[in-house]
Design a protein around this ligand. Structure first.
Ligand code: NDP
Length: 321
């Protein structure tokens, strides 16, 4: 078990973490990135990316993350293949974190870029049929259902956007929602409800995901929330789109969070309530949740970290005089 000491400790390796590292390394903060369970983050389970600026042609999510990682390493970032399981923020800077490996990480500043992950229903068959008909990402997997019948579960912006996106691949898309009204924005609702390829099943919960003889999804078992009646809904693909959960378990009771568990920052900045601890990317942003906005807040975290370290050094010098 080793101790790794740095000026800048970054937890998380999506666009926010890597961008913080690129800026941090160039500002001589010798960053360490502890990559976590899914190095590269959510973009590694995406295929086509055509909205990240700088690329005229469609690029692949995993490739983009490999490039960001290589760039961060090239300018001097140390990557650690470890997952943080404990953090100690109580005594201020320097901050201490413990990895799954047993290694200890100490940073004068801490950047939290642990991201968010899709929520699941927790219904029987959902996990077992992952990759065999059940998915939480239409933009990643929609292509596999070209010409097939698909369902989207949820009633928020994500669900509606996923349903609309799936019409690029399928002529038969059904949105299944547990209530009789959507929470998605009006403009998205209008597009959905007027779309010739999309139908909506109201007041239905998914009780289970059922496989056919070939081991892939064959139908959903639905329950009507008004009549209590059960029914089968045949489909080849089912996309669960019921929101995202930020990866903030580690920080419960240690940093302020909103009702959904997102870290609270000073508006317009990546500053948490603890000086020297910054949050960047989806872990503090439930509104935009884009690779480019995550990268932007990662950059902001590094710039604010640099300023924080400068004030810390001045204070130490003054105390020594
Ligand atoms: P939301 O929390 O807005 O919506 C989640 C949906 O899933 C709700 O309709 C909810 O139902 C349903 N749901 C939740 N849990 C269950 C469950 N266990 N069983 C069945 N249904 C369930 O999440 P989104 O991901 O849609 O959006 C998150 C945030 O991101 C929002 O602020 C949204 O506006 C934003 N966003 C913005 C976009 C844009 O501007 N283009 C695109 C995507 C997201 P119920 O309504 O009954 O609670």
């Amino acid at each position: 078990m080793a101790t790794h000491r740095t000026k800048m400790l970054i937890i998380g390796s999506g666009p926010a973490g890597y961008s913080a590292a690129i800026y941090g390394a160039r500002a001589m903060m010798e960053p360490i990135v502890v990559q976590g369970l899914q190095p590269g983050g959510q973009l590694t389970i995406t295929t086509d990316v055509e909205n990240y600026p700088g690329f005229r042609d469609v690029i692949q999510g995993p490739w983009l993350m490999e490039e960001m990682k290589a760039q961060a390493e090239h300018v001097g970032t140390r990557m650690m293949w470890d997952t943080i399981v404990e953090v100690d923020l109580a005594n201020g800077s320097p901050f201490r974190a413990i990895g799954d490996s047993g290694d200890e990480y100490i940073g004068d500043v801490l950047v939290i870029a642990t991201g968010a992950q899709a929520k699941w229903l927790g219904a029987p068959g959902e996990m077992e049929l992952g990759g065999k008909g059940v998915s939480a990402c239409a933009t990643c997997d929609g292509f596999f259902y070209r010409g097939k019948k698909v369902a989207v579960i949820g009633g928020g912006n994500t669900a509606v956007e996923e349903a609309l996106y799936l019409t690029n691949h399928s002529d038969d898309v059904t949105l299944i929602h547990r209530r009789d009204e959507l929470r998605a924005e009006k403009i998205l609702q209008d597009r959905l409800l007027n779309h010739p390829k999309i139908s909506v099943l109201w007041n239905k919960t998914v009780e289970s995901f059922e496989a056919g003889e070939n081991g892939a999804l064959s139908h959903l078992r639905l329950r009507d929330t008004v009549t209590g009646e059960d029914s089968n809904f045949s489909c080849d693909g089912a996309f669960v789109a019921i929101g995202h959960a930020p990866a903030t378990e580690l920080f419960k009771g240690k940093l302020p969070m909103d009702d959904s568990g997102y870290l609270v920052v000073e508006p317009g900045t990546p500053k948490t309530s603890i000086p020297g601890v910054f949050a960047a990317g989806d872990v503090m942003d439930h509104t935009y949740r884009q690779a480019v906005t995550a990268a932007g807040t990662g950059c902001m975290a590094a710039l604010d970290a640099e300023r924080y370290l400068a004030t810390l050094e001045v204070a130490e010098r003054e105390a020594a005089e």
